[in-house]
Design a binder for this molecule. Sequence first.
Ligand code: CS2
Length: 487
Amino acid sequence: MPRLSDATLPLLPSTVARPDYDRTTLTPGIVHLGLGAFHRAHQALYTEDCLNAGARDWAITAASLRSSATRNALEPQDNLYTIALRDGSETTLRVVGAITKTLVAPDNPAALLQALTAPSTRIVTLTITEKGYCANIATRNLNTQDPDILHDTQNPDSPRTALGYLATAIARRRAAGVTPFTLLSCDNLPANGVLLHTLLTQFAALTDPALARHIETAVASPACMVDRIVPATTDADRATVATATGLTDAWPVMAEPFGQWVIEDHFPTGRPDWQAEYTTDVAPFEAMKLRLLNGAHSTIAAFGRITGRETVAQVMADPTARAFIIRFWAEIAATLAPSIDWQPYIARLTARFDNTALNHKTAQIATDASQKVSQRILAPLHDLRNAQKPTPCTTFALVAWLRSCDAADEQGQPLTLNDPVLTAWHARPPAGASAAETVRAFLGFTPVFGTTLPHDETFAADLTAALTAIRTQGLTQAIRVLLATQG
Ligand code: CS2
């Protein structure tokens, strides 16, 4: 079977959408850091729509900061890829041409720095995951002890982190009299624009205070909320796409049809006419999405790990887990801005989580959980506590995460942690630690829990009781008892 490429595009069946423009006429305007499936199913797709509508100077140069796998898959196919939007038995296929160049930072740091420094680059978007920001999640400050950050302060021409690349590129642009690019963090972090801006300024200040001041005053970093569920691609997906398109694609992307992008409209260097929602205040949208969608996702992921359920839809099909999630949403919704119409949002969310065609693995969402719980579960927990509202479900969701970090699931199968920050934490509770010891140890993990919660003895006792219940009665029974006592 032929491989997807510019030359083989005409072989696609007419049902498969493809670039409606001449790719040779494009010029790059965006550099993207973090060439994962999410970027390809979200920002790249929004940009593709702009190119189809006639824009020519917003093609994307996309870089991986670590692995060469995606570049190796895409480059031989002219960086084209297929996206399959799936819902139930419906699949819509589309080939995307918006990414015209792929780079792997560690292979050639100079090439990425060159792309970032090019005057044509007016926007840098990022999907580098929570841990890619090298921050203390609780305080939102740079982790100056991070080995990669320390490396980058010494090696500005061959950095490892996104912050290192951005700082060097901004310094070079400044020296060359080129306007700085606009930064657009597309990661699931609250106030992601301000966060990125702060961390980058702090990073620059470590070696070059003048550069830090320049970043502070001259670099725009609007916030945005991104949403689309993008499960990791499997070999079965590759085979399905090949059968449907008649072309092999080494790395197609699977996603749900739903997509949302809410952007703070502050782009001094211009932007494509993305068909997004533009606003001056992203915060209410972001809180809704991070707490209702991602908060539930992380809880479902923990439930999946504990009970051995592999996908989000499988967890949602369990009536007890489902009842819990519905109750959890109602509890969390009390923390959202009154302007947020959360009832229709969760109705749609339920349908999205029930989409069995997605096969969205709980293990995928459980990855890096320690970097996620703070903004997804602890933030609403703090808000509820400050408002003196009860927190039974939010507290239970947090404890489900603790239980999911135990050595084995409820079937006795070993649980592997895919969470390098947690794994590297020296004070992790040992296997077999009692519920009280486990809770005490986790509360001491200040990068996640901060410094106030750990001193609240009642809170520690609540966590210990819930963890004991899950461990001794099993998750389902513990949820039943919780829901029954809450009425
Ligand atoms: C998920 C997100 O893996 C995860 O942590 O919660 O990737 C989620 O699917 C997206 O944020 C949906 O927009």
